[in-house]
Structure formats: structure tokens, C-alpha cells
Design a protein around this ligand. Structure first.
Ligand code: DQA
Length: 146
């Protein structure tokens, strides 16, 4: 079974109560449940994590790099400025799918830049929790030959 890390950055554990008009009413528990369900259907062993801490997120990416583990990453606000996160992503040896619940390109100007996108295999944005399901489908397709 292919192992996949689904990593979530700052404020994402607050889904449900966080700006529901922007991020919807589904909470973080629903996000993790959806990822595990879709992952199970795709034959993926999905490990979903969230942190508000940049260091912890970088260390999880090192773990994925060392184990050649595919990653679905919602870097949240780190997307827009964390070169440390980008450098950690650049070390990955398996597919990396950047995901966003919202479509950052349709929001404030500072969200239009992703410092991660250039080292990701691809990006899925704007579909709410479905962004994660689509990202896991991409990982399953890309790792099918393993
Ligand atoms: C987000 C978009 C980011 O701009 C924002 O900082 C987030 C969530 C999204 O999933 O839409 O925290 O990554």
C-alpha cells in the first residue's frame, strides 16, 4: 500500500469556525475523515497531519523526502512567503501536490504568489475538501506503477 502524507499548515485545524464564508463549514475532522475515506478507496495509506509551526512542517517534509513518500500539502499562509518550506519541498523524491480549499488566484493580491508551486508536481485549488480528494487521485495515478 502506498503511504501518503497529507500535511496542513497554520490555521487549518480551525476549519469550520474560521471564516466560514471563505472556507466553508466543514471542520478539520471532516477534512481528515474525507482524506482517509478517499485514500482507502484508492488503496492509499493516508496519514493526515496539521501544524501551526513552520519548523514542524519542514521536519515532516524531511521525513517524506527521506522515505520517498508522496505528499499532499496545503501550506496555508506559508504558501505565500516561506522559502524554508519551498526548500524542503524541493528535496522530495515522490510526487508533491499543492492543495488549497479556496482559489488563491481569485483572492487578495498577496495570495497570488505561491513560493511552493514551482517545486510541486501540480496544484489543485478552489474546490473545498474536494481539492484534497482530487490531489489524492493524482497521487494514486502517479504512483500506480510502484
Ligand atoms: C489556503 C489559502 C491561503 O491563502 C490561506 O492563507 C490559508 C488557506 C486555502 O486552503 O485556501 O490558510 O491555503
Amino acid at each position: 500500500m502506498t503511504r501518503v502524507l497529507v500535511l496542513n499548515g497554520p490555521n487549518l485545524a480551525r476549519l469550520g469556525s474560521r471564516e466560514p464564508d471563505v472556507y466553508g463549514t466543514a471542520d478539520y475532522a471532516e477534512l481528515t475523515a474525507r482524506c482517509r475515506k478517499v485514500g482507502g478507496e484508492l488503496g492509499l495509506d493516508v496519514d493526515v497531519r496539521q501544524t501551526d509551526d513552520e519548523t514542524e512542517l519542514v521536519h515532516w517534509l524531511h521525513e517524506a523526502a527521506d522515505g520517498a513518500v508522496p505528499v499532499v500539502l496545503n501550506p496555508a499562509a506559508f504558501t505565500h512567503y516561506s522559502y524554508a518550506l519551498r526548500d524542503a519541498c524541493a528535496q522530495l523524491r515522490a510526487p508533491l501536490v499543492e492543495v488549497h480549499l479556496t482559489n488563491p488566484a481569485a483572492r487578495e493580491e498577496f495570495r497570488h504568489t505561491s513560493v511552493v508551486a514551482g517545486v510541486a508536481t501540480g496544484t489543485v485549488a478552489g474546490f473545498g475538501l474536494e481539492s484534497y480528494a482530487l490531489a489524492l487521485r493524482a497521487i494514486a495515478a502517479l504512483t500506480a506503477h510502484r
